[in-house]
Design a binder for this molecule. Structure first.
Ligand code: FES
Length: 640
């Protein structure tokens, strides 16, 4: 028996030779064929489907395939082990819809009150008139420049890179000793001396913008705010899907992908490309140049930060879940692969733990939880339910691996909130017929997170599912049927959809959603218990993350995703991470405060906590086993 096999991808040129036991995704990688792997190759998402035209493969998992798919030769590429020579057809890969254009995501940003670039900004621009050397004053160029800077700024310790040192002799003379220096004073950070970032042989006009940018690296979306540091105004915003998304929709999938030998470094390149493209886009809009950006602040979860720096992230998902680094030193843009000014200072905001990253510390600042007297719960809705409970005096934090179900992954017809996604559902409790609202109008293609919350709430209210999430297949409607994976509900018939297939929610999907919401709710419970407060004593609930803005609070309470409290106590804040990064970009004291927040937070590791497991099991019901926690839902049910 041969130890290698030929894998031919239809329309992809020459076959590749792979060792027995390789997966089809490995063969595809070798052949340069693109196959989306939203779950990072774990067999969970079902999006890497290919068709075997000839030859034999072994299917490690068929969880996301129907029996007839398997009979027709379909397989999950990540789960298909090559056993003979095979010929494989890869269906056209679903392109990620790009709805996240700036105009749709741009938000109004108010410059913090009292912003004073002289007092708050570490990046300064100085127009210098330097005494030229003479036979009587033979001070060297660098000392001469330092002397002028000291006179202008009062700074004592000033450094310069070798690269710039190689150029200053020319620049000083070319400018006739009239130069503009861009200096990072590093104020508030005694570890670093001030450093000259750039030197130009000209005096810049005083109204020329001084550029910096705030970057948030989300698992799903990357956002860049290009800011004039002289006025504090955000002059352009750009946002786009993180290009890593093809290799995993959640952090665990990305870590798994990155940990495979032949993949190491790929995710770093993809996120750098995403950021660099966004910077370029923002610059085009603001008539700036990337090389004129001298400072950046970065927020992002711990995995995103590790991948950005190409630091192996594997230990983040292995017990006892330790990051390589939480408090990062400053970097120069060029050393990181960022296309800004090569010497630009890049500040990466601090993380607390593997699953409480710089997105949360930045968000804890910008949401105001770290400044309020009120007992507050702050949550960033994303693939991990990361949350902070506290006030200005104390904060506890945890992250529960909710998985990406509410982002549409792990759900058969789940999709992102883009055109064609069902975002709101109503079910008639007599006929069980649904009405739907679709993003962008037209025929639906799938269901996004807010649609799933709405759908689950309506199914529960209309009696399509019971409190355990089981579909009631005895209902007198063709919408409910027994599918390949137990009971399912048809939300749209094939002739009503854009892809000509029924859109359904299956028992497996409901199970995934219940687990996700139970993990999040158990997180609230454990945090609250850990400090001896009850959920009902929480005075405000702040929700960050762009997905949060579209959540229907009523439905989210109905299914037990949000605690039962007056609706006015919920506030949706949008992207709190980029806002925190922006505020830190403007003010070194904010940067310091975010570092204090990171040190002040007490992290609770839930995987080692039995209380979490108990709370999770109790929350696996709609809305919860303990209905006293959901008085408004209990009242509504009793009146039905
Ligand atoms: S099932 Fe294969 S990548 Fe998700």
């Amino acid at each position: 028996m041969s130890n290698t096999h030929k894998v031919t991808f239809v329309d992809a040129g020459a076959p590749v030779e792979v060792p027995t036991g390789s997966t089809l995704t490995e063969a595809a990688h070798q052949c340069g064929v693109d196959i989306n792997q939203p779950c990072g190759g774990q067999g969970r998402c079902g999006r890497c489907v290919v068709k075997i035209q000839s030859g034999e493969i072994r299917r490690r998992s068929t969880l996301r395939l129907t029996n007839s798919d398997v009979e027709d030769g379909y397989a999950l590429a990540c789960q298909a082990i090559v056993e003979t020579d095979v010929e494989v057809y890869v269906p056209p890969q679903e392109k990620i819809q790009r709805r996240l254009v700036t105009d749709l995501t741009a938000r109004k940003v108010t410059v913090p009150e009292g912003y004073d670039p002289q007092a708050h900004q570490t990046l300064q621009r100085y127009c210098l008139s330097i005494d030229p050397p003479t036979m009587d004053d033979q001070t060297d160029d660098w000392s001469r420049l330092q002397r002028a800077l000291r006179q202008e700024t009062g700074l004592e310790r000033i450094e310069i890179s070798l690269h710039l040192l190689q150029q200053i002799g020319t620049i000083l003379r070319e400018g006739g000793w009239q130069v503009t220096a861009i200096v990072d004073t590093n104020q508030g950070d005694s570890e670093y001396p001030a450093s000259v970032i750039a030197l130009y042989p000209i005096h810049f006009p005083s109204d020329k913008p001084l550029w910096g940018c705030a970057i948030d690296i989300g698992t799903t979306t990357v956002t860049v705010w290009l800011t004039d540091l002289l006025t504090g105004q955000v002059r352009a915003q750009s946002a786009e899907y993180n290009q890593q998304i093809h290799h995993g929709e959640d952090v665990i999938s990305r870590i798994i992908y990155d940990s495979k030998d032949h993949n190491h470094g790929i995710l770093q390149n993809l996120v750098l490309e995403t950021i660099n493209n966004l910077v370029e886009k923002a610059c085009l809009r603001a008539k700036a140049k990337p090389e004129e950006i001298y400072k950046a602040t970065v927020a992002g979860n711990s995995t995103m930060i590790h991948l950005l720096l190409n630091i192996p992230a594997a230990n983040i998902r292995l017990s006892p879940f330790i990051t390589t680094i939480n408090h990062l030193p400053k970097f120069k843009a060029a050393a990181m692969g960022l296309r800004l000014h090569p010497e630009a200072s890049v500040v990466i905001l601090p993380s607390v733990a593997s699953y409480v990253g710089a997105d949360i510390t930045a968000g804890a600042y910008s949401s105001g939880i770290a400044l309020t007297d009120k007992t507050t719960l702050f949550m960033d809705v994303g693939t991990n339910g990361e949350m902070v409970l506290g006030s200005k005096d104390w904060m506890v934090t945890c992250a529960c691996s909710a998985g990406p179900a509410f982002e549409g992954a792990g759900v058969l017809d789940g999709m992102r909130a883009t055109k064609g996604a069902i975002e709101e559902v109503w079910i008639n409790s007599q006929t069980h017929e649904p009405s739907i609202r679709v993003i962008g109008g037209g025929k639906p293609r799938g269901i996004c997170g807010s649609g799933l919350i709405s759908l689950l709430g309506e199914m529960f209210t209309a009696g399509v599912v019971d409190k355990s999430g089981n579909v009631n297949t005895n209902l007198d409607t063709s919408r409910v049927r027994s599918g390949d994976h137990e009971g399912e509900y048809v939300l749209a018939w094939a002739d009503e959809t854009s892809h000509g297939k029924d859109i359904v929610i299956t028992h497996v999907d409901i199970d995934n959603l219940l687990r996700a919401k139970a993990a999040i709710f158990a997180g609230y419970m454990v945090l609250a218990e850990s400090v001896g407060v009850s959920l009902s004593s929480i005075e405000q609930f702040l929700i960050g993350g762009s997905f949060g803005q579209y959540i229907n609070v009523e439905k989210a309470i109905e299914i037990g995703l949000l605690p039962d409290m007056p609706w006015e106590n919920f506030q949706f804040l949008g992207n709190t991470a980029v806002l925190g990064a922006y505020e830190a970009l403007l003010n070194w004291q904010v940067n310091e405060k975010i570092n204090q927040i990171a040190n002040q937070m007490t992290y609770i590791e839930l995987s080692a906590d039995n209380k979490f497991y108990d709370a999770f099991m109790s929350a696996l019901f709609l809305p919860h086993t303990d209905l006293t926690l959901f008085p408004s839902v209990a009242k509504q049910k009793a009146s039905q």
